[in-house]
Design a protein around this ligand. Structure first.
Ligand code: SF4
Ligand code: SF4
Length: 372
């Protein structure tokens, strides 16, 4: 891993970059699809799957899936995307600490509250959505669809939080994989509690998970990884098997440096997510600046992901999908063996051979055994 002076996406910017409108994201478009909300349809299909007694999509699996999301729904409706006053201390402000000490304290508290990784970036407002989207407005309610989004000038930093998803649970997908939902709930707890901590020590904080801006870009800026072919954040520790949350704050902090962990060269040679995606939603071959779908941002050379193909598959499947995460060779446990192989992967040494061997050794296969 190398620290770099600017995030690795910078060299792929080829045109003017405008703030992205959340109404154009795949999730948002899926909420207001002319044929009906794709999420409603996905859940109707999940009930059909129960009737058909499909392995991994039974009533037990369904219960597990929905249970994981319980806390997240509450956090969204009451905390995300909102500024709030401190509950008790409106008088004292933490002071006489250096930037370095403040940063160390914030990271320590974030880890204590459950974050597996924490990074800090100066807030790049290019990544803040221009307007509220349908899906985030629907679940969160802090804004209405189409309402402009502005994060007030004082919020100079974004604290980016990463939580790992369970390695065994991810193996279940595209059968019901409830860890995505559980980790959303855990992130809700972590992000909102960190925001409470910051408010109670005299500063401002807005917690958020999917609302307000592009998490992957914030995470790359905060030195937590790079964007991979499948359009997700690739971390050094968990690959794409993680979820991202964030807290915007005026608490003065030291920003982390972005990193190059070798993902760009690796993804050029790998393509495994593209080959295994059940909906054909991940581009193979070279990067392109041509949008493939209305949800693709313009001005960036990348591998576009076709959001509607992906969501249509979720509907057909009756559950969300993480196959691209399951099959990615970077989705590994941190054993000494995998850490050793990662040294090669990060330096683009024998990449094609590593991808070939990864598949031959059975990594990334589906295993549905939680209730067995
Ligand atoms: S979530 Fe599933 S359908 Fe969507 S891009 Fe990943 S593998 Fe393809
Ligand atoms: S599966 Fe391969 S190409 Fe896809 S994101 Fe992972 S490393 Fe990159």
């Amino acid at each position: 891993m190398k620290f770099v002076s600017e995030p690795t996406y910078k060299k792929y910017i080829v045109g003017p970059f405008e703030r992205f409108d959340d109404r154009l994201t795949g999730f948002s478009r899926g909420r207001v699809d002319p044929a009906g909300s794709k999420y409603e349809k996905m859940h109707e299909k999940s009930v059909e799957n129960i009737k058909r007694k499909i392995r991994g999509k039974t009533v037990l699996d369904h219960g597990l899936w929905v249970s994981g999301r319980t806390v997240e729904y509450v956090m969204r409706q009451t905390q995300y995307g909102r500024e709030s006053e401190a509950q008790f201390n409106r008088e004292f402000k933490v002071e006489q600490l250096t930037l370095n000490e403040m940063t160390r304290i914030i990271k320590k508290v974030a880890h204590w509250l459950g974050a597996d990784l924490v990074g800090i970036a100066k807030l790049n407002r290019s990544w803040v959505y221009s307007h509220w989207g349908y899906q985030n407005a629907h679940y969160c309610g802090a804004g209405q669809p189409g309402e402009p989004i502005e994060i007030a000038e004082g919020y100079q930093y974004v604290i980016v939080l990463i939580q790992e998803m369970d390695y065994e649970m991810i193996k279940r997908t595209p059968a019901v994989e409830p860890d995505t939902d559980l980790v959303y709930s855990k992130m809700g707890f972590t992000a909102c509690s960190l925001a409470t901590f910051i408010r109670e020590i005299g500063y401002k904080a807005i917690p958020s998970v999917n609302e307000l801006g592009i998490n992957i870009a914030f995470a790359v800026d905060a030195g937590l990884g790079e964007m991979g072919r499948m359009g997700l954040l690739m971390t050094r520790e968990f690959g794409p098997r993680c979820r991202i949350g964030k807290v915007f704050t005026d608490f003065p902090l030291e920003a982390d440096r972005p990193v190059d962990i070798g993902v760009q060269a690796f993804c050029e040679k790998c393509e495994r997510c593209s080959r295994h995606c059940p909906s054909g939603a991940i581009k193979s071959g070279e990067r392109t600046a041509e949008p493939w779908d209305e949800s693709n941002a313009r001005g960036l050379l990348k591998w576009p992901v076709h959001a509607m193909k992906c969501l249509d598959w979720w509907v057909k499947n009756g559950s969300h999908c993480s196959v691209c995460i399951r099959v990615c060779p970077w989705n590994k446990r941190a054993t000494w063996f995998h850490r050793g192989v990662r040294v090669l992967a990060e330096r683009d040494i024998l990449t094609k051979f590593l991808v070939f061997m990864d598949e031959r050794m059975g990594y990334g296969r589906q295993v549905i055994d939680f209730f067995d």
